[in-house]
Structure formats: structure tokens, C-alpha cells
Design a binder for this molecule. Structure first.
Ligand code: ADP
Ligand code: TYD
Length: 207
């Protein structure tokens, strides 16, 4: 591998993204490849502060457009401070969520419109694209049930059944819109999902 790589994991809450990111990090480190692991919203000091504001259960009155702009603001800081420099240095960047989350959650589930969310995020990304986008699919009720067993739910996770149903439908919709998105069945063992992701990366990039 002689150039940087951006791999993003996408999918509904509880689909297993963070679990797979941890395994991917180990896979690359074992091969002696430098890895930068990050998450959205978050991944920098400023972006983690924005994350706190977005996910705070107290912020019930947050306007949907304010929410969308905060996600984009967190992303802009992460892209310029962390992702672009890491890729320029030839590292592998593993992103727990990326712009596709905004297209689904804010564009489709919050009904702000895919085009509007894309244009806000074009500004945040300033030309950056992921090399791989793996979208882990899982029935919406199963994902949120896993989250409930793992932690206290945040403001978005507490969005209710209708919201999570729309998120699930949104992911299905965007997987048909973007050729780049590789679908991965999340209703499988953690190890099998890892093997599937690795085999897709290795089929395209010489590691
Ligand atoms: P996400 O980052 O997509 O929200 P996590 O990786 O945090 O999801 O996983 C949510 C919960 O589900 C965790 O408790 C994790 O151990 C569990 N989990 C992850 N992947 C699987 C899987 N393939 N099968 C069963 N449980 C899983
Ligand atoms: P996440 O960090 O995946 O939650 P957790 O670590 O608790 O599993 O994401 C937080 C929430 O933010 C999640 O419900 C999805 C939502 N989200 C958006 O609505 N838009 C976005 O652009 C991103 C990145 C996340």
C-alpha cells in the first residue's frame, strides 16, 4: 500500500460499525500500516464539543437545520484537522460514520432534502471522498435494541420508532443512489462481517 486510504462505515445505530472499526484497526496495525481511527460527529476537540451539543437529550428544541449544520460543522473541522493530513501522510483513516449519515438522518429522516444536505456538506468536505463506504444493514428494531442493551440512548437514538424506520428506509434508498456504497449484511457474526469487509478491500487495494 503506497497511498492513504479513507474507509467509512455507515449504517443505522447498533448495526455494528464501531465493532468493525476496532477489528479493521487491528487488521491494518498487524500489517504495520499506520491507522487513524475517528468518529462522527466528533474526532477533534472542537468536533467532540459539537457532538455534546447535538446529542444532548436536553436539547429537545433543536431546529432540524441547526442540527444539520452542526453535523456539517463537526465534519468540516475533522476533515481539515485530521482526515486530509492523515491521507496526505499515507495513513489509513477509518471513519465511524461519514457524510452519508447526514444524507440519511437529516436529508431523508428529518426531511430536509437530500440536495440541501449534499450542498451543505460539499462545503464541509471540500472535495474529500471516501475510497470505500461499507454500509452495514440491520432491521431497525434490532439495531436500536442492541444499543439499548449497550448504553443510555442519546437524543438521536431516542428519536422514536418512526424516526428509526425512516433512517432504515433512508439507508436502503441511498444504497441504490451511490455505486460507492457496499452493502454488508449486519445480521451475521462479528467475525464473518469482518472477513467480508477485508476481502472487499483486498480485492481492490494491494495491502
Ligand atoms: P454501532 O457502532 O453501529 O452503533 P456497535 O458496534 O456499537 O454498533 O454495536 C452495538 C452493540 O451490538 C454492541 O454491544 C456490540 O457488541 C453488538 N454487536 C455488534 N456487532 C454485532 C453482531 N454482528 N452480532 C451481534 N451483536 C453485535
Ligand atoms: P454515533 O456516534 O454512531 O452514536 P453511538 O456512538 O452512540 O453509537 O452517532 C450519533 C448519532 O448521530 C447517531 O444516532 C446518528 C446521528 N448522526 C446524524 O444524524 N447525522 C450525521 O451526519 C452523523 C455523523 C450522525
Amino acid at each position: 500500500m503506497n497511498k492513504g486510504l479513507l474507509i467509512a462505515l455507515e449504517g443505522p445505530d447498533g448495526s455494528g460499525k464501531s465493532t468493525q472499526i476496532a477489528l479493521l484497526e487491528k487488521y491494518f496495525l498487524d500489517k504495520g500500516i499506520e491507522v487513524v481511527r475517528t468518529r462522527e460527529p466528533g474526532g477533534t476537540k472542537i468536533s467532540e464539543k459539537i457532538r455534546e451539543v447535538i446529542l444532548d437529550n436536553d436539547n429537545k428544541e433543536m431546529d432540524d437545520m441547526c442540527e444539520a449544520l452542526l453535523y456539517a460543522a463537526s465534519r468540516a473541522q475533522l476533515v481539515s484537522q485530521v482526515i486530509k493530513p492523515a491521507i496526505a501522510a499515507g495513513k489509513v483513516v477509518l471513519c465511524d460514520r461519514f457524510v452519508y449519515s447526514s444524507i440519511v438522518y437529516q436529508g431523508i429522516a428529518r426531511n430536509l432534502g437530500v440536495e440541501k444536505i449534499k450542498s451543505i456538506n460539499d462545503a464541509a468536505l471540500s472535495g474529500l471522498e471516501a475510497d470505500f463506504v461499507f454500509m452495514i444493514t440491520i432491521p431497525y428494531d434490532k439495531g436500536i435494541e442492541r444499543k439499548r442493551n449497550q448504553k443510555t440512548l442519546d437524543r438521536l437514538e431516542n428519536g422514536g420508532d418512526d424516526f428509526h424506520k425512516k433512517v432504515f428506509e433512508g439507508y436502503t434508498k441511498i444504497s441504490e443512489m451511490y455505486d460507492k456504497i457496499e452493502l454488508i449484511d449486519g445480521d451475521n457474526t462479528i467475525e464473518n462481517i469482518h472477513k467480508e469487509i477485508i476481502s472487499k478491500v483486498e480485492s481492490i487495494v494491494k495491502i
